[in-house]
Design a protein around this ligand. Structure first.
Ligand SMILES: CC(C)(COP(=O)(O)OP(=O)(O)OC[C@H]1O[C@@H](n2cnc3c(N)ncnc32)[C@H](O)[C@@H]1O)[C@@H](O)C(=O)NCCC(=O)NCCS
Ligand SMILES: Nc1ncnc2c1ncn2[C@@H]1O[C@H](COP(=O)(O)OP(=O)(O)OP(=O)(O)O)[C@@H](O)[C@H]1O
Length: 199
């Protein structure tokens, strides 16, 4: 039996930092942000639907989707965001399920699915246990502005487009508090994986 762990949190709460650690332990990770990029590549069905819905203006000169332009639309307008989610999420769900099955077939002991919108996009049925990576609001804002070079307004638009982190914490089987140092975060991760016999 494979243990499937869902790793979630808020934007810039530290999911990628934690998945790096998990990969370092030899546990496979499927990254929903990466899958969401793959399913909108030129020629994919979701790519065509995005152009139909948002027009040619959101394309770069080489025909690829201009993510900054699309982000500037969807993170400021809930209706537009819902339209994009309705196109991208079903394709993400299908591919995540297929990738997960491939690891299960190979007999992996543990798999981690890194899904920022785990609760928002109805993917909880894919997993057995949920870890939420938590940070305080002010630290999240500061790290997001620093990492992406966003203004406070740009960062807040993204944070506000997600379920509040304290609500995600209530739905978690385990919480990693990432307010502290990277080492403190790693110790919490190891403790959880040991408790779940996931190593
Ligand atoms: C709007 C897009 C083009 C912006 O791309 P960009 O390269 O700037 O951001 P990236 O994809 O790396 O996402 C960064 C973070 O933004 C947050 N985020 C992304 N999409 C959404 C969304 N629809 N709603 C809320 N938060 C989101 C997540 O925390 C994610 O980790 C892109 O995020 C997208 O296509 N989103 C829709 C698909 C989706 O929901 N992806 C999330 C995982 S399923
Ligand atoms: N404990 C920590 N101490 C200091 N900086 C940290 C810590 N954890 C993460 N960071 C930094 O905060 C930023 C956000 O972390 P990370 O990219 O892991 O978040 P994420 O949840 O994967 O974000 P996204 O949802 O956008 O994919 C990064 O620049 C990372 O280097």
């Amino acid at each position: 039996m494979t243990l499937t762990i869902g790793l979630t949190g808020g934007i810039a709460s530290g999911k990628s930092t934690v998945t790096e650690m998990i990969r370092g332990l030899g546990i496979p990770v499927i990254d929903a942000d990466q899958v969401a990029r793959d399913v909108v590549k030129v020629g994919e069905e979701a790519y065509e639907q995005i152009i139909k819905t948002f027009g040619q203006d959101i394309l770069q000169e080489n025909g690829e989707i201009d993510r900054a332009k699309l982000g500037a639309i969807v993170f400021y307008n809930e209706q537009e965001r819902k339209k994009l989610n309705a196109i991208v999420h079903p394709a993400v769900r299908r591919r995540m399920l297929a990738e997960k099955e491939a690891y299960v077939q190979k007999g992996a002991k543990t798999i981690v699915l890194d899904i920022p919108l785990l609760f928002e996009s109805e993917l909880t049925h894919l997993i057995d246990k949920i870890i939420v990576v938590y940070v305080d609001n002010d630290i999240q804002l500061e790290r997001l502005m620093k990492r992406n070079g966003f203004s406070e307004e740009e960062a807040l638009a993204r944070i506000r487009s997600q379920m509040p982190l304290h609500e995600k914490v209530k739905k978690a089987d385990a919480v990693i508090n990432n307010n502290g140092t990277i080492e403190e975060t790693k110790q919490q991760l190891l403790q959880i994986l040991k408790e779940w016999n996931a190593l």
